[in-house]
Design a binder for this molecule. Structure first.
Ligand code: NCD
Length: 335
């Protein structure tokens, strides 16, 4: 069954079987119906967030801890707003002032957070796998808000939601056959990884494009087609997703110069014309205007989805928090 049929007719198994996982550490290995369930759950929150009164009290009395060991603007704010809109008490752990700086181990931090009886913990960490390490030590659901180069599952989901909302009225619900080109620093990008898992599972054709030094070896095993020539990767694309050069994760020189990079891999209006006429432009932020994307593309009305992605981010995180705390709240069917 195609993803669209599953979503529209077959639906998903009832209750806890619709999303049987304790936490959300990554999108790798999730079934199409599990991804679609989360996307469908987010729709009600998109609606709520467009009302003047944006408050639901589903999570009233619950405590959510946001533990961000790495800098973040939109993801931290998005999770904080999501938790508060659902009525939860949201606490942000300021790592700069925490005992982490005094040398406390990750396991000790995890045990401390656990003793505070949080109902969900949202974690961002610079090391791939660190979020799983904490998740194994705590009793509540853990949501990965980005771990090193590994995964950023809510970003993958919010991007899929953005694509679905923007294209599917026209395309009648089909991820199947959709061509998505992801271009930039694929090597260091957890956003690329989560998007690849999500979109290929839902049936899209994913192309990844990067200079040779920024393309992970063996990427074909993720069911994507690698390109080094951006013009070729753009031909006929429905969605063009641009990524920042993650300088902070690079040791040494990966690209000749920003100018050279823009010349070969920057999304200009001229290049965008190689994609489908109504192709969507996406970027998870933060953007480096004039490097991977020109300002007149980033701000292109009707085509650029960059602020829409931020909007979908809040709704998607509300859905994830609500679904993952169902067991704690004793919601029927969640054994
Ligand atoms: C991304 C991240 O932190 O992984 N940003 C985000 O969450 N919106 C991408 C990036 O930092 O380039």
């Amino acid at each position: 069954m195609t993803s669209a049929e599953l979503s529209q007719t077959g639906r998903y198994p009832a209750g806890s079987l619709a999303f049987p996982h304790r936490g959300l550490l990554g999108l790798a290995g999730l079934a199409p119906h599990e991804l679609l369930f989360l996307l469908d759950e987010a729709e009600q929150w998109v609606e709520l967030n467009r009302q003047p009164q944006k408050r639901a009290d589903r999570l009233a009395g619950l405590t959510i801890i946001n533990a961000f060991f790495e800098n973040s603007t939109r993801t931290l704010l998005s999770f904080e707003i999501a938790g508060k809109r659902l009525g939860a008490d949201v606490v942000n752990m300021a790592v700069a002032q925490s005992s982490v700086k005094k040398g406390e181990t990750l396991i000790d931090t995890a045990m401390t957070l656990n003793a505070m009886r949080a109902d969900a913990i949202v974690i961002r960490h610079g090391s791939s796998g660190a979020v799983r390490l904490i998740a194994d030590k705590v009793d509540c659901p853990v949501l990965n808000a980005g771990d090193g180069q590994h995964e950023h599952p809510t970003q993958g989901l919010l991007d899929a939601l953005t694509i679905r909302q923007a294209l599917f009225d026209k395309r009648k619900g089909e991820f199947n056959g959709l061509i998505v080109t992801i271009c930039g620093d694929i090597l260091h990008s957890r956003v690329a990884r989560s998007n690849i898992h999500c979109l290929t599972t839902l049936g899209a054709e994913v192309r990844v494009c990067a200079p040779p030094a920024l393309m992970p070896a063996g990427i074909e095993q993720m069911k994507v087609t690698p390109y080094h020539d951006f013009d070729k990767a753009l031909a006929g694309a429905d969605v063009v997703m641009m990524l920042r050069l993650q300088q902070e994760r690079m040791e040494g020189q990966f690209i000749p110069s920003p100018r050279e990079y823009r010349h070969l891999y920057g999304l200009t209006l001229h290049r965008l014309a190689l994609a489908k006429p109504d192709a969507l432009v996406m970027h998870p932020g933060p953007m480096n205007r004039g490097v991977e994307i020109d300002s007149n593309v980033a701000d292109l009305a009707g085509r650029s989805m960059i602020t829409r992605q931020v909007e979908m981010g809040v709704a998607m995180r509300m859905a994830c928090l609500e679904v993952l705390t169902r067991k704690a709240r004793g919601v029927e069917g969640w054994a």
